[in-house]
Design a protein around this ligand. Structure first.
Ligand SMILES: Cc1cc2nc3c(=O)[nH]c(=O)nc-3n(C[C@H](O)[C@H](O)[C@H](O)COP(=O)(O)OP(=O)(O)OC[C@H]3O[C@@H](n4cnc5c(N)ncnc54)[C@H](O)[C@@H]3O)c2cc1C
Length: 529
């Protein structure tokens, strides 16, 4: 039986970060991934010469990705990834914090009579950005360009440390749902929708408002997000680690400290990092021979994890277009958050959707499609054009485009059970392309060479992510993971001996950056052992 210092299950960004950190330190590490390629929710694929991101459209640096590239000497070029915020015909390319003033002006023009409310929202965003500067150490005197002697530095460092602790405390208290926070700032529903309807329901207010700063922080690896992943895999192997794809781990024996894959091969570990779906850990792990106290804790955690659900998922439409990238570049940058109608979704994606699901058995297809048309018309879309960041992403003179919006997993499941899932996927394609063709890129629909879509169900099937979630737990119920920044180091603990967990399920709010952070923390725990 193969015996490894550390086995990492799951080759998403969390698992890869953990495996690379361990291999770098000379650990004998094996990463096991169920798909034919690593990356999970960060992947790039090619169709007839067009390159598309199947998951995250770009990377959020967050003070992590670029340092990772430097620390591990990764051979990957990073390209700029400017973000455009678009509402109807108005386009704003985000360029530093000063864009916030332009954003305020834009909102005031769109919502006359609500100028004071816009000011209130913008000043809330500004104060969150100030907190982030403290959080990421931008203001830290230690990082000042001009070096000063340590004794002269001491008073300002002490003042900064106190400011840092105060900020951390303030942030940890800004965990109310952003919808409630916006209600306190404005009564204009359309304004609130435009600011927040592309966030997951119940997103903590700090996380939602901090997004304006993150818009400046996106980067695009040359060759696509998947090229970054491939570079990580290459680095793991180069440092002596092993990466085994097409092997799904189906059993963890917590007492013998072994994992078994679907082909029946068993591997023994000293330490385990589980970076796959968390529900899967608790359903595949056998804790029956652990001491009673550990067994009871495992059962308690298992019940909490299995009782909760993931956040909303996403529907993506991929299209190859017979137009050169310039045509799109004249409208906006290659990564756009676009809302075709300033009125916003209102209750369409909340109360109306809930009502639809409650009486699903009586809802006709026509009624559902009518809802879907309105859902698309007033929604906010993330539009990504890889060739506008990296010209090699499409054949000459042609362009690939990805149009996506948040979508409830449960709806796709009900449709699947009713037997019209494929028809629904085609209909979504048409709706998304129509709405973008009638607004952002006029005439798009006539130039489509081919298109296809991916639903929340596709995400569940490929990555095994519960409820097709892309960022871990739903914010609408109690979260069975660490949610306090002060306690992030505890997020990787599991009730199983020498087993840690990493990735989007262990810390909330999650995404690429926290997946990387928890991967590193889990690696550190293994090293300490
Ligand atoms: C369309 C889209 C847009 C996004 N945009 C952003 C964004 O702008 N900013 C941001 O921060 N985040 C974004 N994200 C989310 C981000 O991509 C994910 O949260 C992050 O990549 C999760 O990484 P992970 O390693 O935790 O999990 P995953 O990427 O889910 O990786 C888990 C891996 O484990 C493997 N696996 C699962 N079970 C097993 C098993 N039993 N055996 C072996 N292998 C297994 C899976 O195949 C997968 O490769 C986006 C995601 C999507 C889909």
């Amino acid at each position: 039986m193969t015996h490894k210092d550390v086995i990492v299950v799951g080759g998403g960004i969390a698992g890869l970060t953990a495996a690379l950190s361990l291999a770098q330190k000379g650990k004998d590490v094996l990463l096991i991934e169920k798909n034919d390629r690593c990356g999970g929710l960060m992947n790039t694929f090619e169709r007839d010469g067009f390159r598309f991101e199947g998951g995250a459209r770009a990377l959020v640096n967050a003070g992590l990705v670029k340092p990772l590239i430097t620390e591990f000497g990764l051979d990957i070029a990073v390209l700029p990834n400017p973000i455009t915020l678009g509402i109807e015909d108005a386009m704003l390319v985000i360029n530093g914090e000063q864009s916030l003033d332009e954003y305020a002006r834009l909102l005031k023009e769109l919502y006359p009579g609500s100028e004071d409310e816009v000011e209130r929202v913008i000043s809330a965003i500004r104060s969150v950005i100030a907190d982030m500067r403290v959080l990421y150490g931008v203001d830290n005197p230690l990082f000042a360009k001009k070096k000063r002697n340590p004794i002269a530095l001491a008073p300002s460092l002490l003042a900064w440390t106190l400011k840092f602790l105060r900020t951390m405390y303030r942030i940890s208290r800004m965990d109310t749902p952003f919808e409630h926070a916006l209600d306190a700032l404005s009564s204009n529903q359309s304004l609130k929708d435009i600011i927040g309807q592309h966030f997951f329901r119940g997103t903590p207010v700090f996380f939602a408002l901090s997004y304006f700063a993150l818009y400046n922080d996106y980067i695009y690896p040359k060759g696509g997000v998947g090229a970054f992943i491939d570079t990580l895999v290459g680095a793991i192997v180069l440092k002596g680690g092993e990466v085994l794809c097409r092997r799904e781990v189906v059993r963890v024996d917590a007492t013998d400290k072994t994992v078994t894959d679907a082909t029946g091969s068993t591997y023994r570990y000293d330490s385990l990092v589980w970076a796959g779906d968390l529900k899967a850990l608790y359903t595949t792990a056998d804790a029956s021979r652990l001491p009673e106290k550990a067994r009871a804790e495992f059962t308690r955690r298992k019940q909490a994890v299995l009782a909760r659900k993931g956040a909303e998922s996403v529907v993506s439409v991929f299209a190859a277009v017979d137009l050169p990238p310039d045509t799109f570049g004249r409208v906006a940058s290659g990564h756009v958050f676009y809302t075709p109608d300033r009125r916003g979704l209102g209750r369409i994606h909340t109360a109306e959707l809930t009502a639809l699901l409650e009486r699903w058995d009586t809802v006709s297809k026509d009624e559902f499609y009518d809802w879907l048309t309105r859902f698309c018309r007033y929604n906010t879309f993330e539009v990504s054009i890889p060739a506008l960041r990296d010209p090699d992403a499409a054949p000459p003179g042609k362009t690939g485009i990805i149009i996506s919006a948040l979508f409830a997993y449960e709806v796709t499941e009900r449709i699947r059970a009713a037997g019209w899932y494929e028809e629904f996927k085609k209909r979504v394609e048409t709706e998304f392309i129509d709405v973008i063709s009638d607004s952002l890129y006029p005439g798009l629909r006539d130039k489509i060479m081919f298109s296809f879509s991916a639903s929340p169900r596709s995400i569940f099937e490929r990555v095994g992510s519960s409820e097709g979630s892309i960022v871990g737990w739903s914010f609408e119920n109690e979260i069975p993971a660490v949610t306090n920044m002060f306690r992030m180091a505890d997020s990787v603990k599991t009730p199983l001996p020498d087993a840690y967990a990493a990735g989007k399920w262990v810390y909330s709010p999650a995404g690429g950056p926290t997946a990387i952070m928890t991967g590193r923390i889990a690696a550190k725990r293994c090293l300490r052992r």
